[in-house]
Design a protein around this ligand. Sequence first.
Ligand code: TSJ
Length: 641
Amino acid sequence: MANEDYGASQIQILEGLEAVRKRPGMYIGSTSEKGLHHLVYEIVDNAVDEALGGYCDCIEVEIEKGDIIRVVDDGRGIPVDIHPKAGIPAVEVVFTILHAGGKFGGGGYKVSGGLHGVGASVVNALSQWLEVTIYMDGKIYSQRYERGKVVKPLTIIGECDQEKHGTMVEFKPDEKIFETLEFSYDTLRTRLRETAFLTKNLKIILRDTREEEIKEETFHYEGGIKEFVSYLNKSSSALYGDIIYCEGTVNNVYVEVAFQHNNTYSENVYSFVNNIITPEGGTHLVGFKNAITKTFNEYARNMKFLKDSEQNLMGEDIREGMTAIISIKVEEPQFEGQTKQKLGNSEARGAVDSIVSEQLTYYLEQNPAVGKIICEKSVVSMRARIAARKARDLTRRKTALDGMGLPGKLADCSDKNPENCEIYIVEGDSAGGSAKTARSRETQAILPLRGKILNVEKARLDRIYGNAEIKAMITAFGTGINEDFDITKLRYGKIIIMTDADVDGAHIATLLLTFIYRFMPELIKTGHVYLATPPLYKIEKNKNVWYAYSDEELNSILTEIGRDSSNKIQRYKGLGEMDAEQLWDTTMDPKKRILKRVNMDEDSKSELDLTFTTLMGDEVEPRREFIEANAKYANYMEYQG
Ligand code: TSJ
């Protein structure tokens, strides 16, 4: 290749990476903590591709001091020979040319280059520096880049054992690009564990050496997605021992499905394409649902679990209480929909449908005891669904007759513009009474709820529709639920849950959040749901009053005002101990209160679902741990005053 050609391609490269630095959001979604973590996923996914090809069985990820990331694999090593078209080493192509990721090496399923797969060059462009080291044929190659530009050409820096092979990438994200440079061990752990579940036999080690005390975990699941299902079901009771598993390849689509029913009433079905979660499903999910509905109806009819006079089971009847993973691999995934999170490949539908139909039919023939449990459970669910529809139609007609039909216990606000309005859901009648006195009538509505709230994880729809507290919330919010949900009918811009600052209060808040999450998840997604934060302590000294919302705050206040015997410290056990004025000052006054917004991140949907089942499920221990860890899904959000 002539020199000027080389020069021309170099200029193109720099323009490409410059575009990434100018508009990082276009490539990695955002420059927040989320975007920062995407950098790691991108690099790891490239190594996972090597594992999917069968060339690598261990990936190590380390967060080093200074929030530097190091990813090491034991694959073949990124090729170092001169790329015929670009005229530079292939590894340099990988790190400097946009979308070069899947373009060479050819064939096979790829994780990288999928939905989030933007290529290692994007990571390079957004890193202050990046170093790649390749172990191959007894030699160690190394190259260094700064903000996407080569600062040290590819050189052999030493020799290694002839047997050793692999790739090591180290990088430091650019402080000029990212809002934060601090990595979260837990965020990486969730994602890497998921990757390990989805890639049978791949061992992933995560290590954090930032602190004195080193953290390290190994994720290695020989059972793959079967172990994923049992992990997701670990906090509820399974209805049968097996995890039903189907696997096969049709039309170049590799399909793996695993599922098991638990004793809850919710459906937890997660679909993945090339290891990437598809929150909006798509053709693979449709294929799965078709196969399940068809196969179980056929089986239930043949085995007389369904009476001749009865209608068919609906898919939702069969999927009640089901935890399922659908994981497929395709060579060229096509994503559709507004957020490009929905699989469009039509061949995936048929592939999943035929593999699941065939293997599930066979499984049921071989395991009639399991078939019986699932069919009987589905028939009960169908009957409950029909009863629930009747109950719902009844409530619907009632609300239509009652005009607005607002619940009697609701003290509504006078302003009718939802944007200005908020509703406090308050535990207990006495706290509800104080809140009604304290509130600003124009914009704050109060809905007191009595005692324990129905656990929607443990109740079927007919009971849920019949529950007075739940009915009161549904009518007060105005949006309707499930398929009737309509956010434009929301009557309050903020829905604020106010419970005691103790374990029981946290439990009640969680029950309420579970209800909202299961029936009106959009309210959480769009950020309308909040937790109030009542104070833990009142401190009085010489007629002055302070409130502390945590033990740390109590300490710092005491340090400031001096620790002596004239301090009067009161520990609040519940909202009921505060009078209306105190409640207003500490918890309800928009100018002073602390609100926590409840978050839901689509990427970590499986973690969130697990959180709810853990809380509401049967196992006492995980629930206790959770309540102590408190509202993990609520982010500190608003501190006004
Ligand atoms: F993202 C990345 F590029 F920075 C990166 C790639 C990071 C890490 C930690 C590993 C890797 C990576 C790439 N590991 N293994 C590979 N393999 C190849 O690039 C490769 C090797 C051989 C052949 C071949 O056809 O012989 C083809 C490819 C794509």
